[in-house]
Design a protein around this ligand. Sequence first.
Ligand SMILES: [Zn+2]
Length: 236
Amino acid sequence: MNIEVERVWDLQQVVSQLADRERLLSVKPESFAAIDAEYQSANEEMQKLEQSLETMSKERRRVDGELQEQQEVLKKYQGNLMQVKNQQQYAAAWKEIDATRKQVKELEDAVLKSMTDAEAVQKQLDERRAGFDELKARYDASHAEWQSSLSDLRSELEVLRTKQEQIESGISEKLKREFWRVAKHRGGVAVARVDGETCSGCRTRIRPALAQQLKRGELVKCEGCSRILYPETTES
Ligand SMILES: [Zn+2]
């Protein structure tokens, strides 16, 4: 058999193995993807709870400030009450005191309510945090496992790349260019084995004249997909 065809066939095997491993490198394994999703959503939920606590505490500071102001106002009105000179002024002062007291009461209620709400959110956050250490430990372990499996893959890739270089050094520049041109347009597969007198890459039938050329050890390309044909190895 044509030695160069033999070499491009070997090159194709290595190139396909490389592609497989490169794909594996870029994909999160299912085992990690599941825990990763759980971890990210727990993180997001805690962040949301922290944010709403933050918003609530801002709002409470605002209401607290208003409450203090109204309490000052109330004191002032109560002081005024001592200085009224007649029944009319007395009634007017009381009216203001009543209105302000009402406002103070409303603000006090609002502060209480916001404290209760914040406690409930804080409780949820505490519960989340309590379970988070265990989740993080599982996440870290799974991540480390994935990374160590990647390091095996990476060393396999290195071995394959060396092999690829060795094989390529035995192939003429012209054929190498041809190989990569076809590989680029045919999903990384530039060499196809003949299988039952058809191209295994595209199922095009090999004409008898081409089959003869192949038998003689010539370099033949598929008429359907332009892939370099690798003869059926019933005889050698
Ligand atoms: Zn073909």
